[in-house]
Each structure stands twice: as C-alpha cells, then as structure tokens.
Design a protein around this ligand. Structure first.
Ligand code: BES
Ligand code: ZN
Ligand code: ZN
Length: 487
C-alpha cells in the first residue's frame, strides 16, 4: 500500500475511488452526498458497517467516534471492501472536526496494518493491484498546520506500521523456516542495513562460556542449535538506554512435559517476543529516536531427544541461582532468566522483557490484551497511556508475596513453576524477578503477550495469526518520551 499526501482539495483530487468515514451514524454530515441511497440499503454508519457504491465509486464506512483506533478500524474495513477491485488510487480527506494530524496518522496505520497479507506458502498467489491511498490535507491548510509537519507524521506512522507487519511475517513463518539460525541472520541483516546498528551472535559455546545454564538446558534436545542475539542501536549522544529482551522459542513442543496435540498447534508463535523486540529496534532506528536501544534475544527450540532436560533436573542460571525443574513446558522463563542477567549488566535505564510466557495470562485478561507486570507503578501507568494512543490493549497485573511462595523449592533456590495453577501469569513474572538485579528492579517491566501475539481469527484490523503485539506500544511509548523532553 502506497500512501501520499496532497494539498489539493478532496473534490479536485483525481482518483479511482473515494472513502468517506461516517462518524457515529451521522448521515447528515456535509461530506455525505448519498444519504438516501445509504438509508435505502440499510447502512447505519456504525463501527464496521460498510457500503460500497460502485456507480459513484464511493465507499462509506462507519466509525463509532473520532478515536484514533476507531479510525484505524474504519479505513481498514473500507480498504478490505475494495481489495479485489481494479482501483489503483483511492482518496480520502484528513477530516476537519478533530485533529487532522492525528487522524492522518490513524489513517496511515490502519491502511498499512489492515491490508497486510501473508501468502508465502500459497502456491497460487492472489494477483494484487498495488493501491495508492491519497490523503487530502486541505483541512490542515485551514488550521495552518504545515505540510512538512503532516509529512513527518505520515512518515513516522508508515514506519511504525511497516515494522509491525515485519514482526507479523517473522511469526507467521513456518517453524522449519524460522529456526534460531534464521532469526539470527535476520538480526544480522538489520545491523547490515540500518545506520548505527551493530549485532553480536553467540552460539552454544558462547552460552557455556557465559554460564547460561538454564538457557542451555532448554535448547539441548533440538537439532536446530540455539542462538544468543544482541543488537544495539546507538545514535550520537543518546539520551537514555532502553534494553528489550525477547523470548525467541522458534518452537515449543513442551519438551518432556509434552503439550497435548491441540495446544502444540501455533507454538511456532513462541518466538513472538523476539520478533517484537527486533521490530522495535528497526522502528527506533528508522524513526531516529534519540535513545540507545539494545535488544537481547534467547532463541532456541524446546524439543525432545535423549539429551532433553528433565523434570527434577536442577539448573544453574548465569547469576548462580539454582532452579529445580518441575515442568519442562515452563521453558521461556528459563531462557529469559539468563538473558535478563545479561541485560542487567548493560546498565539499562529501562529494561523490558517481551514474551509469550503463559497460557494463564490469556485466561486472566483474554486473547487481545498484553499483561504488564513490574515493581514501578509510575512506569506501568505510562504504558497504560501509550497503549491507548497506539491502539494496543494492556492490563496491569500486581505481584504479591503469597504467589511468590508458590515457587519455593525443597532442594534448590526456586522451582520453575508454581505449586498450584492459579495466578500463573504473575508467578511467572515473579520468577523472572529473581534474575533482575536490585539496581534495575524499578526500571524493569515484564510484558506477557501470549494472548495478542497470535490469535486464530481476525480481530479489528488485525488478521488471523500474528499481530506484532508490543511493537506499536513500545514505539509510541518511546516517542512520547521524546515529546516530554522537548517541553
Ligand atoms: N509458550 C507457552 C505459553 C503460551 C501458551 C503462549 C499459550 C501462547 C499461547 C509457555 O512456554 C508455556 O507452555 N507455559 C505453560 C506454563 C505452565 C507449564 C506452568 C502454560 O502456560 O501452560
Ligand atoms: Zn512452554
Ligand atoms: Zn513457551
């Protein structure tokens, strides 16, 4: 999807088709010239209502409000309606009634996110007509917002949506084509193509040298060998340092505590955390954010052979703490334990781990929402705000000392799962806390994306499959920190 801005009035713009957004069923609005026809076909102008009038070459689409996320959904719904037409150019106004700049951003994001497709494995690819969306900025002229400002917004939104789509593709790729080695090559390629980005890749030998005993144990039973990935984006005079840690399980069979067949399906998505943090780094570099961003990924497969780690094994993590394995399916926290120790040594100002960590988080908050945990209330509050503007859903979950007791071990420092199944998302978060140093505790957050990272059916402007959860959240959050700095 190409997107262009034009200073021409919407009426004067040449295009094959026009999209008109109807806000909250208001068919009397001055933009609407087909009220009678729309009423006659029962179009009410509510969220996700759409009416394609081919004679007039117009698509009317409803939106419940001017809320950015409603606008993203509306443009995506309208574009889907005409996806199989031969129309090449589609025009839309940036809208007068509410801030046209934030409206433009929402249009760009909704258009790019909503038209994403993944057809790598289809032997017959749908023939696609490359479409161009032209946004008229006439409304911005009337409130004297410079076209340059609008162009910058368009460019930023385009980057944010494109890198979200890249994360989707990494996750949707079949696991035989997305091994730890392939993921590491992808990371190396980012470093080779983006300015100010470097990449270090470690193999099994490196994990041994670094005493990453928990990560090593999980990865041992697969023919696809593990990779430790450390990417770093360093602009000149960076202001603060963000370190993102990603769970990169390119397959999670459960190991010896094997998953039931139905639960194993879709476990290619267990590397979503790593896809998200890679896209965050790509986005930050392309947006030229004034921060140092480090990405640390533990990538391996949780499989079974004679060398597999076992329930009852006791593992020693990088910081020397010992872990009694009670369930080999709680592997993500073991890989993250070693990666978090390493990440703390980078002396971050902010440390965020992103992981498809627990089914319990999906039970707690539903499929569409990320569970956010950590010790710092102010930080979690910031994230609630960024979630709203980015269009992602988050819920905060509180740590508590009673759940912590559930991971007490009789023979080691802790067990890798709680002694009962309640509160599993929080127990997992509190397990990770054992590997965050005291200096970093207040700077750390854990994002459990097990729900939204991969959803079987399409929702809103997200397709079935991967959604790139966490990418927009992080980029909006970091962008908000650059605005705060200026004022
Ligand atoms: N990768 C899974 C978590 C998961 C579940 C992600 C559903 C996406 C959708 C994780 O490694 C896992 O298996 N966790 C176990 C933990 C349990 C053994 C304590 C779980 O959630 O069942
Ligand atoms: Zn697992
Ligand atoms: Zn897992």
């Amino acid at each position: 999807m190409n997107i262009q801005l034009s200073e021409k009035k919407i009426k004067d713009l040449q295009a094959d088709c026009e999209i008109i957004i109807v806000i909250d069923g208001d068919l009397d609005h001055k933009w609407i010239e087909d009220k009678e026809t729309l009423e006659s076909i029962g179009f009410e102008g509510k969220s996700e209502d759409v009416a394609f009038l081919p004679e007039g070459k117009k698509v009317y689409v409803g939106s419940d409000s001017y809320d950015k996320d409603e606008i993203r959904l509306a443009i995506s719904t309208a574009l889907k309606e005409i996806e199989n037409t031969k129309y090449k150019t589609i025009k839309i106004g940036s809208s007068v009634d509410k801030c046209p700049v934030s409206n433009t951003k929402a249009l760009v994001e909704g258009a790019i996110l909503g038209t994403y497709t993944f057809d790598r494995y289809k032997s017959e690819k749908k023939e696609k007509v490359e479409k161009t969306l032209i946004i008229s900025t006439e409304d911005m002229n009337s409130i004297s917002i410079g076209i340059e400002h609008a162009k910058k917004s368009l460019n930023d939104s385009q980057i944010i949506a494109e890198v979200t789509n890249s994360a989707k593709t990494l996750v949707n790729t079949a696991p035989q084509d997305m091994t730890p080695e392939v993921l590491a090559n992808y990371a190396q390629n980012l470093a080779d193509t983006l300015p100010n980005v470097t990449c270090f890749i470690g193999d099994e030998k490196f994990l041994e040298e670094q005493k990453m005993g928990a990560f090593l144990a999980v990865s041992r039973a697969s023919i696809n060998k593990p990779r430790f990935i450390h990417l770093s984006y360093k602009p000149q005079n960076p202001k603060e340092k963000f370190v993102y840690v990603g769970k990169g399980l390119t397959y999670d069979s459960g190991g010896l505590s094997i998953k039931p067949a139905d639960f194993m399906v879709s476990m290619k998505s267990d590397m979503s955390g790593s896809a998200t943090v890679l896209s965050i780094l790509e986005g930050a570099a392309r947006l030229k954010l004034p921060f140092e961003i480090d990405v640390v990924i533990g990538s391996c497969e949780n499989m079974i052979d004679g060398s597999a780690y076992k329930p009852d094994d006791v593992l020693v993590a990088r910081n020397g703490k010992t872990i009694e394995v009670k369930n080999t399916d709680a592997e993500g926290r073991l890989v993250l334990a070693d990666c978090l120790c390493y990440a703390c040594e980078l002396e971050p100002d902010y440390l965020i781990d992103v992981a498809t960590l627990t089914g319990a988080c999906v039970v707690a908050v539903g499929e569409y929402t990320t569970g956010i945990m950590g010790h710092n209330g102010a930080l979690k509050h910031e994230l609630l705000k960024s979630a709203k503007s980015s269009g992602e859903l988050v819920a905060t979950l509180q740590f508590n000392k009673y759940l912590k007791k559930l991971t007490k071990s009789k023979i080691a420092d802790m067990t890798n799962v709680g002694s009962n199944r309640y509160g599993g998302a929080i127990t997992a978060g509190m397990f990770l806390d054992n590997f965050v140093t005291d200096e970093v505790k207040q700077k750390w957050m854990h994002w459990d994306i097990a729900g939204p990272a991969f959803v079987d059916s399409a929702w809103g402007y997200n397709q079935a499959g991967a959604s790139g959860a966490g990418v927009r959240l992080a980029l909006y959050w970091m962008q908000s920190k650059t605005y705060n700095k200026k004022h």
